[in-house]
Unconditional design. Structure first.
Length: 107
């Protein structure tokens, strides 16, 4: 799901008054109270429904415009795209291919 034309700094600016930990619904409510744009509210509503421990936790889970300034290098952006927002949410469901060395050890 892609959210149009917002960036991590824009979303985090709308959350300046939030005390953490905070649930997704609290983040959405705080952004609306702060007068955030509809794009920022949509980005927050797209977060997984869980408690967030801080601004970094929110930033890692956001899905924003890929051209936005995430403050990360290309390697980190690629890793986020492969694994999704918050690390560990559904990694247990993901099948990793076995390397030839692992297959050799299993014999």
């Amino acid at each position: 799901m892609s959210t149009a034309h917002t960036s991590v700094p824009e979303v985090l600016d709308a959350l300046n008054e939030v005390t953490y930990p905070a649930a997704r619904d609290r983040l959405v409510s705080a952004a609306r109270q702060a007068g955030a744009s509809e794009e920022v509210v949509k980005a927050l509503r797209a977060l997984p429904a869980e408690d967030y421990t801080g601004r970094d936790d929110v930033a890692r889970s956001l899905r924003v415009d890929p051209d936005s300034d995430l403050g990360t290098d290309a390697t980190r952006r690629a890793e986020q795209a492969r694994h999704g927002g918050k690390p560990g949410l559904s990694l247990h469901l993901r099948e990793e291919p076995r390397t030839p060395i692992q297959e050799e050890f299993d014999r």
